[in-house]
Design a protein around this ligand. Structure first.
Ligand code: PHE
Length: 473
């Protein structure tokens, strides 16, 4: 880059660094989006909540809420060029809006730490299973044996703690090295491998012969299997899987070069994320059906059902190991994005070294994560709410409440409180029709959709039981 270029662009750069190209931004955002949400959560949610029926609601949420909110997040990040808290603050100041808008950035700081605290525990389980499958431990094993092994593992706090700690340490190591030497390095290594492994797993899954059953299962509409909370879980999941509603994509957007187009980036990220969820689901269900196993096995689908299938299929140890490696890479490129809002903010706030901040944030997350480590053993019977352990609680609290609420605030802020010219220019929406569709989505469709789902849940959860109590059945 010429001297001249550097000086003209100096105000349009983030102090934390910039992605080396627009392609790297897209890869980083895809890396953040594609994760345990796609491969661990999505298949079991579909399995439990009516396959295609759940999928349809989820697609609506992705299209009507995911698209506009993600574009809004990237816009705020790229216009602000700072951590989510400070980017929002900067825009609010520039347009004479209240400073309180930056609260949404703060929820992102906490939300990210909270999500990573349980995410890294599940990623720790995955890491152990990479090794377990490669070692051939499940070869020829039956369901009882696999269940027992799973129970013994998660029942042992020390083992779970060690795998969790290992995963956290690697994550913080990369994060501490900064945007270019850390995040970007991780993305350059993991993303190509992730895609290669996905193709390998698909081919393997298809060869086992369960594909037709998998397709039928995923796209068959079973409305009776839907529960009252299916809409909120589909919506929450749309936020979770796209990494929106907590500032991860906003923080990444701050490092996005000006020449990239936000609209095409959003399109690519959303499409790839959804495709990976479908393809990973097909790969898993193909082998599950090839072995006639139960597809609706809940959160432990990957740990109880998949190992039985791999253990009894040809070359299962190798392909099982590769499958968990695939999940591990996906989890890792998401984990590194979860602390970025917090780390960028504290580096700006205290004008201090990134390494120190990364270690402190890492330690806090790690301490909090111990509650999730203990959720499958020592504290398995401690329920804060319903039958939820700490791990369940952190997951549901962030996915169903924090992300959609912050998403709603982001949509309202960009749709109603920023000047249209700036938004339109920032998004580069020169086409009138596209601009009009976008503005309708961000101003009306997304906020109303999020609000309606909340209202529905509130009605089911609070009003209906209350009425029942007052007036009987
Ligand atoms: N999108 C990631 C996944 O699907 C999780 C995530 C959520 C990452 C929020 C960053 C922010 O696994």
């Amino acid at each position: 880059m010429s001297e001249n270029n550097v000086t003209t662009n100096v105000n349009d750069r983030s102090q934390h660094g910039m992605w080396s190209s627009k392609m790297l931004f897209v890869l980083a955002a895809v890396g953040s989006a594609v994760g345990l949400g796609n491969i661990w959560k999505f298949p079991y949610m579909m399995g439990e909540q009516g396959g295609g029926a759940f999928f349809l609601i989820y697609l609506f949420c992705i299209a009507l809420i995911g698209f506009p909110v993600m574009a809004a997040e990237i816009l705020i990040g790229r216009e602000g060029r700072m951590s989510p808290v400070n980017s929002v603050l900067k825009l609010a100041r520039e347009h004479n809006r209240s400073k309180s808008w930056s609260l949404m950035g703060w929820t992102g700081v906490f939300g990210g730490v909270l999500i990573l605290s349980f995410y890294a525990v599940v990623a720790g389980w995955i890491t152990f299973y990479i090794w377990r499958l490669f070692s051939g431990e499940f070869t020829g094993a039956d369901a009882t044996e696999v269940n027992e092994k799973w129970g013994n593992f998660v029942g042992d706090p020390v083992q779970v703690f060690l795998w969790f700690t290992g995963f956290m340490a690697v994550t913080i190591f990369f994060v501490a090295r900064g945007v270019n030497k850390g995040l970007e390095l991780a993305i350059r290594i993991c993303m190509p491998l992730l895609f290669i492994l996905l193709v390998v797993m698909l081919v393997y899954g298809f060869l086992q012969g369960g594909l037709m059953d998998a397709l039928r299962f995923m796209f068959h509409f079973d409305f009776s299997a839907m529960k009252w909370d299916t809409p909120i879980s589909a919506m929450g999941h749309a936020f979770f899987t796209l990494s929106i509603g907590m500032g991860a994509i906003m923080a990444y957007g701050a490092y996005m070069p000006r020449e990239g187009s936000v609209k095409s980036a959003v399109g690519i990220i959303v499409v790839i994320d959804t495709l990976v969820a479908i393809l990973a689901g097909l790969a898993i269900f193909s082998i599950v059906f090839a072995m006639n196993l139960d597809p609706a096995a809940g959160p432990s689908l990957l740990f109880k059902t998949a190992p039985v299938a791999f253990g009894n299929l040809p070359l299962g140890a190798i392909f099982g190991g590769l499958f968990f490696l695939f999940v591990g890479f996906a989890a890792f490129t998401s984990a590194i994005s979860l602390t970025e809002p917090a780390i960028a903010y504290f580096v700006e706030r205290f004008n201090t070294n990134r390494v120190v901040v990364a270690i402190v944030i890492g330690l806090i997350t790690w301490l909090l994560g111990i509650l999730s480590v203990l959720s499958t053993n020592v504290l398995a019977n401690l329920h804060l709410f319903r039958d939820w352990t700490f791990l369940d609680f952190f997951d549901k609290f962030t996915t169903y409440l924090v992300l959609p609420v912050v998403g709603l605030v982001i949509a309202v802020f960009v749709g109603w409180f920023l000047p249209w010219e700036r938004v339109r220019k920032g998004l580069d929406l020169s086409d009138d029709t596209m601009w009009q569709i976008w503005i309708i989505c961000i101003r009306y469709v997304a906020p109303i959709a999020i609000f309606t789902v909340f209202a529905f849940t509130l009605y089911q959860e609070v009003v209906t039981p209350l009425l029942r109590m007052l007036f009987g059945e």
